[in-house]
Ligand binder design. Sequence first.
Ligand SMILES: Nc1ncnc2c1ncn2[C@@H]1O[C@H](COP(=O)(O)OP(=O)(O)OP(=O)(O)O)[C@@H](O)[C@H]1O
Length: 789
Amino acid sequence: MVEFTGKINGIVFENDQDLYKILDVEIVGELKGYSRDEIKVTGSFGDVQVNGSYQFEGKLVMHNKFGLQFRASSYKQILPHEEGSLTRYLSSDKFPGIGKKAAGKIINALGLNALSVLKEKPSKIDTLSLTQKQKDTLLSGVNSIDSYSEIILKLAQFGINKKVAGRLYQLYHGDTLKKLQADLYASVAEVTGYGFKRADQLGRGLGITSEDPRRIKGAIFQILIDELSSKGNTYVELAKLLTDASKLLNIKKFDPIANCVNDLQHEGKIVVDGENAALQNIFQTETDIARIMKNLVEKRQEQDKNEQYDPKDVEAAIKEAEKRLKIKYDETQKAAIENALTHPISILTGGPGTGKTTIINGILLALRELADIPASALYSSDPPFLLAAPTGRAAKRMEEITGITAKTIHRLLGLGIGENNPDDLNELNGEILIIDEMSMVDMFLFKQLISNINQTRHIVFVGDKDQLPSVGAGNVFSDLIKSKAFPTTVLKRIHRQGENSTIITLAHDINDNKDQDNIFKKTKNYSFIKCQPSLISQAISQIVKLALKRGFSKDDIQVLGAMYHGDGGVNNLNNVIQGIMNPPKKDSKYIIAHDEIFRIGDRILQLQNNPERDIYNGQIGKIVGIDVQSSKRCLIASFDEREVSFSKKDLIDLTRAYAITIHKSQGSEFPLVILNLTMQNYVMLKRNLLYTAVTRAEKNLVLVGDPRAYVMALNTPGNDRKTGLTAKLRKQLGMSEQNSEQEGTEDKAAENESVKEKKPKDYILTSELIYSGQIDPMIGMQGIKLKAK
Ligand SMILES: Nc1ncnc2c1ncn2[C@@H]1O[C@H](COP(=O)(O)OP(=O)(O)OP(=O)(O)O)[C@@H](O)[C@H]1O
C-alpha cells in the first residue's frame, strides 16, 4: 500500500450505478514510484469535491493505454483549514443555505479547525448564532465528510457487499449508518439487493425481536414489492399478505402483522382498499389514471355537445376511405371507425391480421374528410393527428402504413430527453391521438401520457389484449377493456391471406383454446420438432444452419425462448448461434462485457428505455464498429439505420440478440421465428406467452421442444395480473361494481377522492387464528376475515 496527498482537479468519469470514478489529481508532496505532478486516480468514491484535498491509499497500476494510474482502495478528505479555503468550502453547495457571512460566523466562533471541532463535538453547534436550518445543514454536511469509506467499511462488517452498500450510500449519503441504525428494515423498499432477508440477518444479529414492528413492516413491504415486480400485481389480498408475512417472519400469530398493516396505513405507506392491500404510490397511480380518464371523458363530452358529426356524414366519410384504400370494411371494422369518430375515447383490440392498421388508416382518412383537414396541416409543426406507440418499431410501422409521422410515446411527450422535469412535457392537442401496441404500455407511462393530453378531441387505444401484458407493473390495456367504460371493438375476423396464413390461424386457435393438435401439425408455414431439453441447443443450431442453407438471410432468423438460463436458455443459445452466424475471424475486433463477447456484425438488443438516444427496451440493432481504446465510444451500433454509440458504462444495457426472450420480443416481428419451450420453463408456460411468441413470426415458424410444455401453455390462461384499475375506473365513471369479489368496504363518500384524502380504516381479525406449521396456512385462513373496526 502506498499513500499520497492530492488535490482533485476534476472528475474524468463517474458511474452513477456503482460510484466508480476516475479522478484527475494534482499531487501535493510526493507519490513514491511516480515522478509527474498529476495522476489519474481510480476507485469507488462517495461525494468528492473538486478542488478538495484528499489522502489516497492504494497502489500504482499500469493501464495499457493510459500508463501509470493510482488505484485507490480508500481515501480520506483533508479538511480545509486556511481562512480562504475554509470560507469557500463552507459556502459551497455542500452546505446549502450557508453563505460567506455565515461561514465567517462559524470561523469566528470555532476557529480554523471548525470542521474537525464539529465532527468530534457536534454539541458545539449550539454556540453558533445561525438559524436552525443552517445548523442542520452544517451538521449533516460535517457528518458526511469523509464518510464514504467509513460507511462502506462499517457495512462490510455487517456483511453488506460493496455494491449494495454503494446503493445505500447513494440514497442516504452521510446519513446511511444513522438511517440503518434507526431502522434496518426501512430500506427494504428502497434499495435493490437489500431485501428483507438481508435486513433480517443484520436485525436478528443485533437482537431485534421477531415481533418488532419494524421487522414486520419490512416483511409486508417485501411481499408487496415481490408481487409487483415479479408478477406485475398491483395489490395483494389481505389474507394472502398476512399468511405470506407470517411465513416470511416465522411468526405464528397474525395480530401483530394486522397491527402493522394498520400502522403502515396511518403512515401513508400502504393503502388497504376493501380486502386488498397495495403500496401507496401504486394505488395512487391507479387512482390518478382513473381520475384523469374521467376528466378526459367529461371535458370532451362538454366540448362535443354541439359538434357531433352527422351519422350520415360519418358513413359517407368511411365510404370515401374504402374507395381510397380499395377495400370494403366488414361491419365490426366499420363500428370501430365509427366509435373512434363519435366518442372521446375508444378502444380497438384484435389479433394479427384482423385489420387494426387498416382501421387506423380508415379513421384518419375519414377524419380528414369530416374535419376538413388539408394535406398541408398533416405535416405542420402542430399536426392534428398524433400517432404514437411504445416502441420505435411499432411507431415506424404506423408511419409507413399511414404516411403520417408517428413517434414513440416518450418522443411524443418529450419524456426523458434532456433535463426535463415531469411537469414540463409536451402538451397534446389535435383532432385525434392514436396509440398502437397498447398492451405494452405500463401504468406509469400511461399516466404520463394521459396527464399531458389537453385538447385532443378523440383518443383511440389500439392493441392486442391477448398478448403478454406490459413488462412494467399493471395491465392497463386489459383493465381499460374490462372496465367496459369505453366503447370497445374486438376484431375476430382474419383478413390477412397468403404467405403466413397458417401461422395466423394457429395464433387465433391458441388464443381461443381450439384444436390443440394443430400446433403439432406440419403446415406450409410452421412445423413442430420434438426435442428433449438437453438437446435444444443442438437442435436449434441445426435448424439455423439449415435455414441459412435454404436461403434465409441471417437477419431474418430469430430464436425465441422463455428464460435466460439452461441449455435452451437465451444466454447459451446466443453463444451457439453467434458461433454460426458471426464466428471469430483473425484480427476481428471484439469487446467483452458482463461475460458476453460482442463482435462487429453481431445482432444486439437494447434492454432499457433510453429516450435521450431514442432507443428503447426490446429494440434490436447491429454492431457496426468497435473501438476498445475508447471508453466513451467503444461500440457503435445501427438501430433502424441510425448509428448510436455506446460507452463502456452503457454496455450493461446491451446483450446479443440472436436469441431473445419472448417478453423482449413484444412489438417486433421476424420472417422466421424458432421458438423453444420445455418443462424447465414450467412457471412461465401460459397461453399469452405462447400466443405472443407465435404472433412474432411473419412467414415461418419452427416450434422446438417438449410437447407437454406446449400443451401446458395452451391450457393455462394468461393475463391474470391482479390490478385495481378496472374497479377504480368504474367507480370514477359512476358505474356499478362489476362483481362481488371487487366489492370493497370503502364508503361512498370516499369514492372520488385521492389516497391522500382517504382515511385509513383499522382492521381487526374477526376470530383468533392459531398458526400451525403443519398445515397450509391458507387452509387456516378459511373463514378468517379482516373487517373494519
Ligand atoms: N376489410 C378488409 N378487406 C380486405 N382486406 C383487408 C380488410 N381489412 C384488412 N385487410 C387486409 O388484411 C391484412 C391485415 O390487416 P392489418 O395489417 O390492418 O391487420 P393488423 O391487425 O394490423 O395485423 P398485425 O397486427 O398482424 O399487423 C392487410 O393486408 C390488409 O390490407
